[in-house]
Design a protein around this ligand. Structure first.
Ligand code: ZN
Length: 964
């Protein structure tokens, strides 16, 4: 049946088929050239330009001026609204009619006051379907509006993608016309394209199947006459014969799920993200109308909330398709947050706000945590997920590791406390596949759990800047559902995938501890003001919730500010998005983020009251210059002696509090990455501008101050503070920073030897090596921690505390805190200006647990707040805990349950303990609840005159409902 002779020349046959569907070559006579039939210009095109993102109602009232295809509009971030009038020719009866719209600005079509179609050239969406098959009774004349943003899918970077946006860019409409769309040509093009790809992807490895595809596609070219549609049927049928040759039973199954990764802010501001969601999701709804099997997974409650308030009609459609099981909310969190920097309580709130939103709007909680694009994952996440009703996790980001290849795709991830979650990294290493042959083959080949897990996810759809799936992607996947040589493909849901993986999990491996991303380690430091805002607002919200909870019980008419607190929490959670708190966003986003933090400054009180009397300290401090040679004139520490133990802390011949500068030029991802080689460029900061002088000679506080020059543009002024009865020395620091691609750190070489250092993380701490034995060790040359890090040997150690920093490294005996970076992309002004921060050094005997390092780090971050009270105020304490190992982290009013408090405690030492929570509040009943505050009916806790006694495992988080 094939034409003879079939030549044995793979290259000419393959390229012949490629040229037959090329959109560049031979379009005068090839199949691609026939995709569109007749075209017809618009009746009229007029526009209205505005600097603001306005509603349709407002836009449609404006005066529109005539314009034409080819005109340019701008500048960047403005919006151009077009009024489009069109008339479909009578002669197109029975044809499919599209409005073809190509612009480099992302656009949305509005019809009858509703958004109906997103148009993004970079996302391969340039058609709005006016009719699938034009009938006489359909409207032939109509008016549409097109809202074009003056930004592309990835913002408006000048030159490279992550370059800062060009504020003066112009955007143009390159095509706006009516066309006849030939669906039969589209169908054949997809057949050809998939076969060509099979030839290319399979031929080298699997010649049998690849050559079968080659000869099939060659014969299809022989049979196909682009100018004669009657020839198409037998061509399509020949392709069908190939695609329908099936696999055996053992073949791997790919669970295809539509997806559209939309960064909540990144190379564009938050406000533009709202429109990105609208454009992307309305397109998804259009696809669902035509493809009832199409499944789309969608994360981030915040984005749903935005769409609900900006596009209520679209939101109702989404609710409809959620009910049908096609539009699937996933992830359970408010945003796809950074997985390292948010506090433990913030992470709980990400789930609390997210899950409650999904349940309220869609009647379901998410069963999987979804964080495909975040820069590392805390070892406490498994416990937090399980506490929020989630036992499955999906990401792929560890495929970006620069040094080591992560060994699993499907495995159990065990957290700090022993909680485990079933975890899947789609082996295709992407969250934005296109349904192509190479995506499927990559998924099959890369699977590192062959023989253990025979199911994988493939997420398809344009992402990062939104866009999402296309009809073409769906057509591709439909064609190869079960084609010998390719994995089986089924449209699926996360629930289906994880159920299959769980059912066959006997051979899966377990990974214990954090999922550390060996890349993007600069994100622990970049955009210091955002990080400071985060830490301060986490502290403030903590204090406000406690004060409000206690106020409730001191005065039952006090209105607990539940709504206001939710609003503030949501702003904080939003800023924890994985391109905001890491500092990898443009300047506009930084401005928005800092504005949101300012909204959070409210009046707050404390957990109890203790009147302050003017009493002298038991052990006063005193400071003198140079007498004991303790503090050298440039502010470094030559010696730091823990007098009670007669123990020197600083390593012999070294200096503590040594500022050091590094050249900081990464390979590409400027704001994200600090590379290992920067360590070879270390230069001490030693030039004194103002030598050490005494600020406060002693008593309650002794302090000295000095100023150093970093460069002709940057200086450090520091006050070194010793407070009476305080076991640490504080370094209150101001830096004038105007550098370019430099990294400022401070070092403490200490007299401690240990193979591991300890770092605080969410609700606990973990160890990382201080040596570089293996590639896994040295890939951790820059790591993250929260309020403290510690290096201890038996019976002595030194802790390094901070009030708003996250980047650390401890190599051998040198403890280093990362202070400031100066990347230039995507924000050219990142970190320029004045910075304030405080860190502290705390030598101690015994272990850091016994030395109360954890409590000291809380004290540094949660200063006592002074309030005016009358002189006869009686001191009182609301809560106390009998074990030092247990931290009472959170006190808040229960969600939707006025008069009920939630208290959250965690075991912080890594020990099994029994602790009693004592309280002055009239607690009648106490119940254990999960992190979503769901009462465990089987788990009441006795309340006795002693208090509430609880057992803790290492790093266990316990939440209680207290009913008064
Ligand atoms: Zn992202």
């Amino acid at each position: 049946m094939y034409h003879l002779p079939v030549l044995k020349n793979r290259r000419t046959l393959l390229e012949r088929a490629e040229k037959f569907i090329s959109d560049i070559y031979f379009t005068d006579c090839n199949l691609r050239g026939r995709l569109y039939g007749d075209s017809c210009p618009l009746e009229s095109l007029a526009c209205f330009l505005t600097p603001k993102r306005i509603t349709f109602a407002e836009a449609s009232k404006q005066i529109f001026d005539p314009c034409k295809v080819g005109d340019t509009f701008g500048p960047t971030w403005w919006t151009c609204w077009f009024k489009v009038t069109l008339k479909i020719p009578e002669s197109w009866r029975g044809k499919a009619v599209h409005l073809l719209w190509e612009s480099d600005g992302e656009a949305m079509v509005w019809r009858d006051e509703q958004p109906v179609q997103g148009l993004t050239k970079e996302g391969e969406k340039t058609s709005y379907i006016l009719s699938e098959c034009l009938q006489d009774e359909e409207l032939h004349s109509l008016t549409l509006y097109v809202e074009m943003a003056c930004n592309g899918l990835f913002g408006a970077g000048q030159g490279s993608q992550i370059a800062p946006p060009d504020p003066n860019r112009k955007f143009s409409v390159q095509k706006a016309e009516l066309v006849v769309f030939n669906g039969d040509v589209r169908e054949l093009l997809t057949d050809f394209e998939m076969l060509v790809d099979i030839v290319k992807v399979l031929s080298t490895k699997n010649s049998q199947r690849g050559y079968q595809a080659l000869f099939t596609v060659n014969e299809m070219v022989n049979l196909c006459d682009p100018s004669d549609p009657s020839s198409f049927a037998k061509v399509h049928s020949l392709a069908g014969t190939f695609f329908n040759q099936r696999n055996g039973e053992s073949q791997h199954t790919v669970h295809a799920m539509g997806h559209c990764h939309i960064d909540s802010a990144w190379l564009w501001p938050y406000e533009e993200t709202i429109r990105k969601c609208g454009r992307s999701w309305v397109t998804v709804i259009r696809l669902m109308e035509k493809n009832p099997e199409f499944v789309f997974t969608c994360s981030q409650a915040q984005q749903f909330q935005w769409v609900k308030s900006w596009y209520p009609g679209l939101f109702s459609s989404i609710q409809h398709y959620v009910k049908k099981g096609q539009f699937i909310p996933v992830g359970g969190t408010w945003v796809e947050m950074d997985g390292n920097l948010p506090s433990g309580e913030s992470m709980v709130r990400q789930f609390l706000e997210g899950q409650r939103f999904f349940n309220k709007e869609f009647g379901r909680y998410c069963k999987e945590f979804w964080l495909p694009d975040t820069f590392g994952y805390s070892a406490q996440l498994p416990q937090i997920m399980q506490g929020c009703g989630i036992s499955n996790f999906l990401t792929q980001k560890l495929s970006w590791n620069l040094v080591n290849t992560f060994p699993h795709n499907t495995f159990f991830w065990e957290g700090l406390d022993g909680s485990t979650v079933l975890t899947h990294f789609p082996p295709g290493n992407s969250y934005e596949m296109k349904g192509k042959v190479e995506d499927l083959v990559k998924t099959l080949k890369n699977n590192k759990d062959k023989g253990r897990a025979n199911h994988s996810a493939a997420l398809f759809g344009f992402g990062d800047g939104g866009g999402g799936p296309t009809q073409l992607m769906l057509d591709r996947l439909r064609l190869v559902q079960d084609t010998n040589g390719l994995p089986k493909v089924q449209m699926s849901t996360p629930d289906e995938l994880f159920t299959r993986l769980q059912a066959d999990s006997a051979l899966l491996c377990t990974w214990t501890g954090e999922l550390f991303l060996e890349l993007h380690n600069g994100t622990y430091t970049t955009q210091a003001q955002i990080k400071r805002g985060n830490r301060q607002c986490e502290t403030l919200l903590h204090d406000i919730e406690i004060a409000s909870s206690l106020a409730l019980y001191r005065n039952n008419t006090f209105p607990y500010p539940a709504e206001k607190l939710q609003e503030l929490w949501r702003l904080l959670l939003l800023n924890q998005f994985h391109d905001v708190i890491p500092g990898s966003c443009i300047e506009m986003v930084v401005e928005d983020a800092l504005k949101y933090y300012e909204g959070e400054f409210l009046q707050a009180s404390s957990i109890g009251v203790s009147p302050v009397k003017d009493t002298p300290p038991v052990t006063p401090v005193s400071v003198t210059v140079q007498v004991f040679n303790c503090v050298k004139l440039e502010g470094t520490l030559a010696s730091l002696c823990l007098i009670s133990a007669n123990r020197e802390s600083i390593s012999d011949g070294c200096l503590g509090n040594q500022f050091v500068m590094f050249d900081d030029v990464p390979l590409y991802w400027d704001a994200w990455d600090v590379m290992d080689y920067h360590l070879q460029t270390r230069k001490p900061v030693a030039e004194v501008v103002q030598p050490v002088h005494v600020v406060s000679p002693g008593g309650l506080r002794g302090s000295v101050s000095f100023t150093l020059r970093i460069s002709d543009k940057s200086t450090i002024t520091q006050e070194i503070i010793m407070d009476a009865m305080c076991p640490y020395i504080k370094f209150s620091t101001e830096v004038q920073w105007a550098e370019s691609h430099k990294f400022l750190k401070v070092e403490f070489p200490v007299r401690v030897r240990s193979p591991n250092a300890t770092y605080e993380i969410q609700f606990g701490h973990l160890q990382r090596p201080t040596h570089r034995n293996t590639s896994w060790d040295w890939a951790k040359f820059e790591v993250w921690g929260h309020k403290w890090a510690d290096l201890s040997e038996h019976n002595f150690g030194v802790s390094l505390l901070n009030d708003c920093k996250y980047g650390y490294s401890v190599h051998k005996n040198t403890m280093t805190l990362s202070l400031l970076r100066a990347p230039k992309a995507p924000d050219a002004t990142a970190d320029m200006g004045i910075h304030h921060f405080t860190y502290a050094i705390m030598p101690h005997t015994r272990s850091f647990q016994e030395a109360s390092v954890i409590q000291c780090a809380y004290n540094l971050n949660f200063p006592l707040r002074l309030i005016q009270c009358s002189p006869n105020t009686v001191p009182w304490s609301a809560f106390s805990v009998t074990s030092q190992a247990v931290v009472l982290e959170t006190i808040k009013q229960a969600e939707d349950r006025g008069g009920v408090l939630v208290v959250r405690l965690y075991e912080s030492h890594g020990s099994s303990v029994t602790a009693t929570l004592r309280t002055a509040l009239p607690v009648r009943e106490a119940w254990v609840c999960d992190l979503l505050e769901k009462q465990d009916p089987n788990h009441p806790v006795p309340v006795t005159s002693e208090g509430i006694t609880l057992d803790f495992n290492p790093f266990q988080i316990v939440s209680l409902l207290l009913i008064m």
